[in-house]
Design a protein around this ligand. Structure first.
Ligand code: PMM
Length: 268
């Protein structure tokens, strides 16, 4: 899954694809580089980010989704709002990527159920402006697993079907670096919930912190793409269904390497 953030302020690519035509061109480039899905978002979720008004979010994402879908691209909409999800599906999106897992907008599960498209339910504890103070766990893997299981029960009760659901541990969302690494290592336990897993590690701060200079200065996100590729290879090998990344070509290569590693002979 390649990312197109149609925002002026996303963490690593804010402003780069803010213009509609540039966003569309970028989405098509990502497909050319090997993306199976293009994830279009109009609201930044970086730590501390403020919410974008509904009309603004719609105006950012719907035209981009409509054009990319018309070009035959499989599009996902990255939104926490049911109205945006509905408009995006009407414009051609075939996956709703809700980082709040249905918590931010109580109408979301019902709307997704009515559309029948796939639904990424991410682990989330609150909006970006105060999510860092919610990063408190005794056993992060067990707690994320339990909280995701509760979200699954709720969205199923709202009419979403099991086959629509994809789960995501929500790296960096109310999680510190230690939590993120534990969740990656604990992917197997999350997979026991029985749903495909999506992993979004690309360019996140925990990679920059891992790669910090000797004086502790974190590596800027623009130089953490190689680490993202390493996470992709390991996550794909551990069975991830999808990785959400900004730099598609090397990550698509890593996915292919992991597939060949798991099934030697099948890919040569
Ligand atoms: N991370 C971001 C945005 N959307 N969606 C899912 N499913 N999983 C994620 O981890 C995720 C997401 C934040 O990343 P960006 O602002 O750097 O694109």
């Amino acid at each position: 899954m390649g990312v197109v953030n149609v925002t002026p302020d996303s963490f690593s690519d804010g402003g780069l694809w803010f213009d509609e035509r540039v966003a569309i061109r970028h989405g098509l480039e990502l497909v050319g580089e090997g993306a199976d899905i293009v994830d279009v978002g109009g609201e930044s979720t970086r730590p501390g980010a403020a919410r974008v008004p509904l009309d603004e979010e719609l105006a950012r994402v719907v035209p981009v989704i409509r054009t990319l879908s018309a070009e035959g691209v499989t599009v996902s909409v990255d939104t926490m709002r049911a109205e945006v999800a509905k408009a995006a599906v009407e414009a051609g999106a075939s996956l709703v990527n809700d980082v709040s897992g249905g918590l931010a907008d109580p109408d979301m599960p019902r709307v997704v159920a009515a559309t029948g498209v796939d639904y990424v339910v991410m682990h989330w504890r609150g909006h970006s402006h105060d999510m860092e103070r919610r990063a408190v766990y005794t056993d992060v893997v067990t707690e994320v697993r339990e909280e995701l299981a509760k979200r699954v029960d709720l969205v199923l009760a709202e009419g979403v079907s099991e086959k629509q659901i994809v789960l995501d541990p929500g790296l960096g969302f109310a999680k510190n670096s230690e939590h993120n690494w534990a969740l990656l290592a604990g992917m197997g336990e999350l997979a026991e919930l029985g749903y495909p897993l999506l992993i979004g590690a690309s360019r996140k701060r925990f990679l920059g912190r891992l790669l910090a200079d000797a004086d502790g200065t974190p590596r800027p996100f623009s130089h953490s793409d190689d680490a993202t590729v390493a996470v992709t290879a390991l996550a794909a090998h551990a069975g991830a269904w999808c990785v959400r990344v900004h730099e598609v070509r090397p990550n698509a290569d890593a996915v292919r390497v992991a597939a060949a590693w798991k099934r030697p002979g099948a890919n040569t």
